[in-house]
Design a protein around this ligand. Structure first.
Ligand SMILES: Cc1[nH+]cc(COP(=O)(O)O)c(CN[C@@H](CCC(=O)O)C(=O)O)c1O
Length: 401
């Protein structure tokens, strides 16, 4: 018999597995509110017009070949990605203190950064928010870091547990790595205010904590790319060092193209260049060099001011539709007199609402109403439309009464 007969069947992924269950459900009223992927009012995935236009331009360009990219990816894509997240006028970029390498979307950027840190950084523990994106602990553990948490969400207020956050970060060993969601915290939809970010920055710099930003929703939280990068830019402005993982999955709708970048901001240009040389030693045995198509689309859009503007308009429209879904769901629950305070639905930002529903209530909603969502009570607002809000509101109402 097989030498793998001892292999046990692994459970489905808590997030991506929701789609697997959804696809198996024959119900005509089923609703997938699991995976954080944008859907239109018609409930369909969206390929941005500006992405289609960029792809057409690439197809028409007969000079394009399919050669290997350099280990660090498309240089122009890396430069444009750094400008997008740090700002085109960022002194760190002007002083050549930033190295950016193209990675496999946000996950790949986090992994490459974590592997680098496990090899070259004196502290091997990363502190991640409680709760956070389900894949974070696995990515960092497998990269060789040890994972601890810091308090982030307050279930009673359904807001930020700012005191707990400050206490926990304040009691970490100096030099520890700290994971920060740049904006649109997943799964809670709760972000620090600008003032709170400043307090976090001061505390972290006073203890020489190393910020590792995860930016997967730039432009999706507020609808404005610069606004959603402010937390990162505050840290870079103080001249300190940080890691930033960037994903184009959501804000450009390039989910399956796996387009992302890892940036490392250093205090000196020669350090940045040595860091880049070591990042190449992480990437080469991992995936050798990154895929050409998605990053070419992004570079085509970012380098052309008209296409960039067209992108910002389409991005804002996606963000606005999600905000209108929040309002409609909130109004629908109020109209039903659903017990409980549901104002967090309109206070939270980004793609997700952290409803506060427990796993039993989620199971009920899946069984009786064919609502598919993660067991922690998170729903992807992008999966809703005006037509399906009533069905979800009925399900929530039934689950809590
Ligand atoms: C905070 C965060 N960081 C990184 C990623 C990785 O994205 P990518 O660029 O595709 O590697 C995601 C996607 N998380 C949503 C998508 C599905 C997934 O879990 O992956 C989600 O939480 O639904 C995040 O939510």
């Amino acid at each position: 018999d097989s030498v793998f007969s001892h292999v046990v069947r692994a459970p489905e992924d808590p997030i991506l597995g929701v789609t697997v269950a959804y696809n198996k459900d024959p119900s005509p009223v089923k609703l997938n509110l699991g995976v954080g992927a944008y859907r239109t009012e018609e409930g369909k995935p969206l390929v941005l017009n500006v992405v289609r236009k960029a792809e057409q331009m690439l197809l028409n360009d007969k000079s394009r070949v399919k050669e290997y990219l350099p280990i660090v990816g498309i240089a122009e894509f890396n430069k444009l990605s750094a400008q997008l997240i740090f700002g085109a006028d960022s002194p760190a970029i002007g002083e050549n203190r930033v190295t950016t390498v193209q990675c496999l979307s946000g996950t790949g950027s986090l992994r490459v950064g974590a592997e680098f840190l496990a090899r070259h950084y004196h502290q091997k523990t990363i502190y991640i928010p409680q709760p956070t994106w389900g894949n974070h602990p696995k990515v960092f553990t497998l990269a060789g870091l040890s994972v601890k948490t810091y308090r982030y969400y307050d279930p009673t207020t359904r807001g930020l547990n700012f005191q707990g956050l400050l206490e926990d970060l304040g009691s970490t060993p100096s030099g520890s790595i700290v994971l920060l969601h740049a904006c649109a915290h997943n799964p809670t939809g709760v972000d620090p205010t600008r003032q709170q970010w400043e307090q976090i920055r001061q505390l972290m710099r006073s203890k020489a904590l190393l910020p590792f930003f995860d930016s997967a929703y730039q432009g999706f939280a507020s609808g404005n790319l610069d606004e959603d990068a402010q937390s990162i830019r505050m840290f870079v402005a103080d001249g300190g060092e940080c890691f930033v993982a960037q994903s184009y999955a959501k804000n450009m709708g390039l989910y399956g193209e796996r387009v992302g970048a890892l940036s490392v901001v250093c205090t000196a240009a020669d350090v940045a260049s040595k860091v880049e040389s070591q990042l190449k030693l992480v990437i080469r045995p991992m995936f050798s060099n990154p895929p050409i198509h998605g990053a070419s689309i992004v570079a085509t859009i970012l380098k052309d001011s008209n296409m960039f503007n067209e992108w910002t308009i389409e991005l804002k429209a996606m963000a606005d539709r999600i905000i209108s879904m929040r309002k409609q769901l909130f109004d629908a629950l109020r109209a039903r007199g659903t017990p409980g305070d549901w104002s967090h639905i309109i206070k939270q930002i980004g793609m997700f609402t952290f409803t506060g529903l427990n796993s039993k209530q989620v199971e009920f909603m899946t069984r009786e109403y064919h609502i598919y969502m993660t067991s922690d009570g998170r729903i992807s607002m992008a999966g809703l439309s005006s037509k399906t809000v009533p069905h979800l509101a009925d399900a929530i109402h039934a689950a809590v009464t």
